[in-house]
Write a protein that binds this ligand. Structure first.
Ligand code: SAM
Ligand code: SF4
Length: 318
């Protein structure tokens, strides 16, 4: 029988988000400063190291993997990486969170390599505002990426919008309206005040109630789905007769820590047990020092055991 990774609260941890790189081809205002300095390549997991660690995680019952970043599509051999991960015994779900800029050309090869679904970040449907938020991006590229992903069969398409007061809070109704004629899930994400952008963040968080009130005012009220049961981390709503859903991910004001089954592997090979707490375990150093798969499994199991319960971010914010 497979040993599964379980924490001291009884949560089974089987969902791994892997940051493939810290680099990005955009500089979203809520994510990183314009003059961001990235880590030297040798400090990050090389392909063979990444694949070794994925095999170890899979042997501990991690079956669901989401690739993220930075921007995962800027890793030069992303298609081969997806192929190897998708083919790792035990991995049943492989998805990616991406800004979509490069998907126009990459969606088809990624799907063919085994990538099953994409979440694409798109904070506004207005080109000028898109550029203001991402500093460098072109909305047309993202839109072409969404269409290419749909053609490649990576469905259901999920679109992520981080809502920031003063930047895109006026766009929420237009984004939600996309679900009328498309079978997409448009998800509004509460901005988390962290990292280099923590200072500007707190006053600019927009809560899900506020977003729904605005949508009801400007268009139609949304109807709660599934009695409010979470779909992953999102609470789903729908317009009457719509093809898609509108989701709310309210990690700050309504954290979903009780059901948290995830861990994150950073691009430099560190296992983080909570995005917003410091508990972390270095895996790359022992791997480079020759640790066996059994030793790595034990390091992961010990780390997961001490996964923090929750982030308590709301105490600071509301
Ligand atoms: N570059 C990819 C992208 O933008 O989708 C993947 C990495 S990005 C860090 C993953 C997700 O985190 C995106 O949906 C992004 O909008 C979101 N994000 C970034 N900074 C955030 C913040 N301060 N609060 C909440 N979500 C944030
Ligand atoms: Fe951050 Fe993703 Fe924006 Fe890049 S595209 S700056 S990783 S949110």
């Amino acid at each position: 029988m497979t040993t599964v990774a379980r924490d001291r609260f009884g949560r089974i941890i089987n969902y791994l988000r892997i940051s493939l790189t810290d680099k990005c081809n955009l500089r979203c205002v809520y994510c990183m400063p314009e003059d961001m300095i990235f880590r030297p390549k040798h400090e990050l997991m090389q392909d063979d190291e990444l694949h070794s660690l994925v095999r170890v995680f899979a042997s501990l019952g991690f079956w669901k993997i989401r690739l993220t970043g930075g921007e995962p599509t800027v890793r030069h051999n992303i298609v081969d990486i997806c192929r190897t991960i998708a083919g790792t015994p035990g991995i049943r779900s492989l998805s990616m969170t991406t800004n979509g800029i490069l998907l126009k050309d990459l969606a088809a090869p990624l799907a063919e390599a085994g990538l099953q679904r994409v979440n694409i970040s798109i904070d506004t449907l207005d080109s000028a505002r898109f550029r203001r938020i991402t500093r460098w991006g072109s909305l047309d590229d993202v839109w072409a990426g969404i269409e290419a992903s749909e053609r490649a069969g990576m469905t259901p398409i999920k679109l992520n919008a981080v809502v920031v007061r003063g930047f895109n809070d006026a766009d929420v109704t237009e984004l939600a309206r996309l679900t009328i004629n498309h079978p997409w899930q448009v998800r509004f994400i509460e901005m988390m005040p962290f990292g280099d952008v923590a200072g500007f963040a707190k006053e600019q968080i927009v809560t899900d109630e506020e977003i729904r009130a605005r949508i009801a005012d400007e268009f139609l009220p949304l109807q709660l789905q599934d009695d409010g049961q979470l779909d992953g981390e999102a609470r789903l709503f729908r317009f009457p007769g719509a093809q898609g859903d509108v989701g709310f991910i309210s990690s700050v004001t309504q954290p979903f820590c009780a059901n948290c089954n995830r861990a994150r592997l950073t691009a430099d090979g560190v296992l983080r047990l909570c995005l917003l707490r410091d508990k972390e375990v270095d895996l790359l150093t022992p791997l480079r020092n020759g640790a066996s798969e059994d030793e790595l499994r034990q390091i992961i199991l010990d780390g997961v055991w001490w996964k923090p319960w929750g982030h308590g971010l709301a105490e600071d914010v509301i």
